[in-house]
Write a new protein. Structure first.
Length: 190
């Protein structure tokens, strides 16, 4: 049911290993715009990321990366991290930043991984609008607040309140640009 909804351009709420997210099929342009309207942001200025099934998706949606960077990603994923990487031509334009980068996640959550695997390509990953993340931990509360603007709320139990840690990997060294649930060390554990 969720997969059909995504393929038809629907917007869903789904659990991750951090907080609940708003999502859609990355190739459904109108659904991406709909999420931007829900968040009240301009699609051209939005920093949107997406959820991949596993590291093999990186070769499709990012430009070639170095072996040390691949090892770093393999160390931390799946997990509560979003990595900013150079975007390939396969990334829909609406999802690329002005710097031609894309944020990629591989959450350690069986529901999310199953959705992405069954869909066959990534799902857009976006947080809810506003600052009150605590309001978005309970799927029943999410349904009450957003049930009229999304198509499905997938109930994965009570969610977390900390977002993913965001790491920019486009420079010479990885830089944490948002501290979240994941603890990131510049030199990954060996």
């Amino acid at each position: 049911m969720i997969i059909e909804c995504l393929l038809d351009g629907g917007v869903v709420v789904y659990p991750t290993d951090t907080i609940y997210g708003l999502g859609c099929d990355i190739f459904q342009h109108k659904a991406v715009e709909r999420i931007c309207r829900i968040k009240q942001i301009d699609p051209a200025k939005a920093n949107l990321s997406f959820i991949c099934h596993d590291l093999s998706d990186l070769s499709v949606y990012t430009k070639p990366i170095s072996t040390p960077l691949y090892r770093l990603l393999r160390t931390y994923l799946p997990g509560p991290y979003t990595f900013i990487l150079p975007a390939s031509k396969q990334v829909p334009r609406i999802l690329k930043s002005r710097r031609d980068t894309v944020g990629l996640r591989i959450p350690d959550n069986v529901i999310t991984q199953a959705l992405v695997k069954e869909l066959g390509h990534p799902i857009l990953s976006s947080s809810f609008p506003g600052e009150m993340v605590e309001e978005y931990t309970d799927p029943e509360m999410i349904e009450e607040k957003f049930g009229n603007v999304v198509d499905i709320v997938a109930d994965g139990g009570i969610g977390g309140i900390l977002p993913s840690t965001v790491v920019d990997c486009t420079g010479d060294e990885p830089v944490v640009i948002r501290k979240g649930l994941g603890h990131f060390e510049e030199a990954p554990p060996g």
